[in-house]
Design a protein around this ligand. Structure first.
Ligand code: BES
Ligand code: MN
Ligand code: ZN
Length: 495
């Protein structure tokens, strides 16, 4: 989708989109078009009894006086509670409505848009961003697309104040990161496996990111028995990828983002049931979010030092696969009794977290993982689950979630949860007892984080994949986490 900005008069064709507020004040664009069409907009509002509630459309097709396009009024609700996220939703809803209409250009006439504490340029940029976010499609494997399903719409033209174009630039880069994550999450596991994932990470070099890839022999040498145990039943060799963006002060400790990248999770010998197993292609959603966030940060040249580390494995049942009851030794030296091979994400993160701390000495570590089904029981698809002992860090992450719409809810993490993973024969076991499965998983990860590090674990099992469309996210890979991490870095680490 091409996005352009203009301060010139509205064009004569295409779909012209005009936001309308409940307060009754009509924008210049509204008055202009209403005049040119001999009052068609006023008449349509009256005839339809139209109330401009948030997201409510009124479409006036081909009114005399403005060529053969259409005018699309969209409700914006009350000015006093219109937010940047509302602006994004507005843009997204318009694209959802027009994408497979016959219109080629969506012209947003935004001179009337206003909100508390956000300047008009930024607001217009957020409309464009939301529109672009909703335009995403993953069509690469379709050889047949019905004509009615083909998007004719290829351009978004935003007419607004002068500041909008510049305000859009960072959002465009962040959007590129979101799209990268959606692509990764959407790819089937026969295409995206540890090595091919690592190769896609290498593309970030073009953005100025330094990329390191560790293979199985190197990880063996480092003693990563926990991560390697998960991958040993697969034909696809495991990988560990580190992506460095050092845009901050030289010598400043980096923020570390660590992601679970299980490119397919069958459960291993503790095999998952068949129905729905296909969903486990997106069990690399944490790694996908970290990769997209690194692309976003590098793309907008963030003034911060950030390193993204992802553990890439495929969890398969096989003659070589690890068994329930096996004991493995992690890079940290701690031993783990594997009681369920389906609790594999934590095993991957254990070594990825430890390696990250040894190599980069970060003061802040955030890990993201589609870690437990239990987090869906608690939070469904509304929030990612956040586990941390650091109240200040919790506050920063919650704020980043609220600002971007990648929402988080804090979950408990206590000594009792840690007690749940005591093993009879090793330092710990990889599952807890009954209940609190997301918290005992977090406690497991906590054993691989040094006391001096400020750490949060984000369980995004309910967020990586959208079962249905939302205003700015079409059904499928959501890209959750990219905007959250970008905003977290921007607000707290860029001076
Ligand atoms: N990848 C799954 C978690 C998951 C489940 C993500 C559903 C998205 C949707 C994870 O590896 C897993 O299998 N977890 C087990 C842990 C259990 C064996 C302690 C689970 O949640 O059932
Ligand atoms: Mn699993
Ligand atoms: Zn998994």
């Amino acid at each position: 989708m091409q996005v352009t900005f203009s301060t010139a008069a509205l064009p004569k064709t295409g779909a012209i989109i005009i936001p309308v507020f409940e307060d009754g004040k009509k924008s210049k664009a509204y008055q202009d078009i209403n005049g040119k069409t001999d009052g068609a907009l006023d008449r349509a509002i009256k005839a339809a009894g139209y109330k401009p509630k948030k997201g409510q459309f009124l479409e006036i097709i081909s009114p005399a006086g403005i060529g053969n396009g259409r005018v699309l009024l969209i409700g914006a609700g009350a000015t006093k509670d219109f937010s940047a996220l509302d602006a994004e939703a507005l843009g997204g809803r318009v694209i959802a409505r027009l994408q497979t209409s016959r219109e080629k250009i969506a012209v947003f006439a935004l001179d009337g848009l206003s909100a508390k504490k956000i300047d008009a340029g930024e607001l217009a940029a957020r409309v464009a961003h939301g529109a672009r976010m909703r335009s995403y499609r993953f069509d690469k494997y379709r050889t047949i697309v019905e004509k009615d399903d083909k998007p004719a719409l290829t351009k978004i033209a935003v007419h607004s104040s002068a500041g909008a174009k510049a305000a859009f630039t960072p959002h465009e880069k962040i959007g590129d990161g979101v799209f990268l994550t959606r692509d990764l999450v959407s790819e089937p596991a026969n295409v995206l496996y540890p090595d091919s994932f690592a190769k896609r990470c290498q593309k970030l070099v073009e953005l100025g990111v330094k990329v390191k890839v560790l293979g199985v022999p190197e990880m063996k040498k480092l003693g990563m028995g926990s991560l390697l145990g998960v991958g040993q039943g697969s034909e696809k060799p495991s990988r560990l990828v580190a992506m460095e963006w050092m845009g901050g002060k030289k010598g400043d400790a980096p923020v570390a983002l660590v992601g679970k990248g299980v490119t397919f999770d069958t459960g291993g010998i503790s095999l998952k049931p068949g129905p729905g197993m296909g969903d486990m292609k997106w069990d690399m959603g944490g790694a996908g979010a970290v990769t997209g966030a690194m692309a976003a940060l590098a793309g907008r040249k963030a003034k911060a030092n950030v390193v993204g580390v992802i553990g890439l494995v495929e969890n398969m049942p096989d003659g070589k696969a690890q068994r329930p009851g096996d004991v493995v030794k992690s890079m940290s030296g701690q031993t783990i009794e594997i009681l369920n091979t389906d609790a594999e994400g934590r095993l991957v993160l254990a070594d990825a977290l430890w390696w990250t701390q040894e190599i980069y000495k970060p003061e802040t570590v955030i890990d993201l993982a589609t870690l437990t089904g239990a987090i869906l029981v608690a939070l469904a698809h509304e929030f990612g689950g956040m586990f941390t002992k650091d109240d200040a860090l919790a506050k920063q992450l919650i704020a980043a979630g609220e600002a971007t719409g990648d929402k988080l809810w804090r979950m408990p993490l206590t000594k009792n949860h840690d007690d749940m993973i005591k093993s009879d024969i090793a330092d710990m076991q990889n599952i807890g007892g009954k209940g609190a499965g997301s918290s005992s998983a977090a406690a497991f990860l906590g054993r691989f984080v040094k006391d001096t590090v400020s750490w949060a674990h984000l369980d995004i099992a309910g967020m990586a994949w959208n079962e249905k469309d939302t205003p700015t996210i079409p059904k499928g890979g959501s890209g959750y986490g990219v905007r959250l991490l970008d905003e977290f870095v921007r607000a707290n680490f860029e001076g």
